[in-house]
Design a protein around this ligand. Structure first.
Ligand SMILES: [Zn+2]
Length: 293
């Protein structure tokens, strides 16, 4: 997967008042069967023609990204959801022993690992915390040595005892080493990083799941994490992921979020949304659709 081509990459950015959000992809967009990720099927995806071509194929396969966002706010560089990571033993073939140029791309985007001040995770699943650490001489060491890693207390307490897919390995190689290095601060829901960035509790996918809320000069943006994985969940809000801890709570949270931001200027940055990734939610009958932000 390593890309050695000497290309000049461009990185998508969103301006939210005085705050800038930059996207760094970990891998090329993935085209997958909806059943792998969501409790739905190709026929349901195909019903919604507006999902094509960006979010779905003609055949009803879904397109998703693995990506991180870097928020620049009030002089801080905040890494949100550092993806899967390299060299990690995982059960999923998609994640196992991945080797990609994420850190090189992050540096090209203007954010060498040493420059990151804060790491935020919407939750502590395998594809949201992987680059917290990297393998150096056989040991997992913090990738962002100068950062404070802020984990929601509820999420961290659950991650320690989670027996779900990939959870124990993820805890041991991606979470525990940064705790042991003294870089973690446990925070409560609604913790404010500064006047412009805070976390909103959005439980369901996990009990401690949070969205990242950005507000500056009257403009708003939200990073979804896995509160929803794919835009089909905007027009089919009852569709949960196959990895949700509490599906009823996840549905309530998703519908409340979509109702709250529908028809507003808020930019919804979908953590797994393919291009254009940043969208505005618009009403459509009893449910919703999106338009590019
Ligand atoms: Zn995810």
């Amino acid at each position: 997967m390593t890309n050695n081509k000497a290309t000049t990459l461009t990185f998508k950015k969103w301006q939210v008042g005085d705050v800038t959000v930059t996207r760094v992809l970990e891998m090329d967009p993935l085209t997958i069967a909806p059943e792998w990720l969501l409790k739905t099927d190709v026929e349901t995806v195909k019903k919604h023609a507006w999902l094509k071509p960006n979010f779905a194929t003609e055949e009803g396969q879904i397109i998703v990204n693995i990506q991180a966002f870097i928020i620049e706010a009030g002089g801080l560089k905040i890494m949100v959801d550092p993806c899967i990571g390299n060299d990690k033993p995982r059960e999923s073939p998609l994640f196992a022993m991945h080797k990609g140029p994420f850190l090189e791309h992050l540096t090209q985007a203007g954010f060498p690992p040493e420059s990151i001040d804060i790491v935020l995770c919407t939750h502590l699943h395998v594809d949201h915390v992987g680059w917290s650490t990297r393998l150096v001489e056989g040991k997992w060491v913090p990738t962002f040595p100068n950062a404070r890693y802020l984990f929601a207390r509820v999420e961290y307490e659950n991650a320690k005892v989670d027996k779900g897919p990939e959870a124990e390995a993820t805890y041991l190689d991606s979470i525990k080493p940064v705790v042991d290095a003294g870089l973690v601060t446990l925070v409560e829901f609604d913790h404010h990083i500064n006047d412009e960035v805070w976390i909103d509790s959005t439980p369901g996918h996990t009990a401690g799941h949070c969205c990242i809320h950005i507000s500056s000069k009257g403009q708003e943006a939200l990073i979804t994490g896995d509160m929803m994985h794919h835009p089909v969940q905007i027009c089919e809000p009852d569709v949960c992921s196959t990895f949700c801890a509490d599906q009823d709570q996840a549905r309530r949270t998703r519908k409340s979020f979509l109702g709250k931001y529908s028809g507003t200027s808020a930019v919804v940055l979908g953590t797994h949304f393919a291009e254009p990734t940043g969208v505005r939610v618009t009403p459509h009958g009893d449910v919703w659709r999106v338009e590019e932000a």
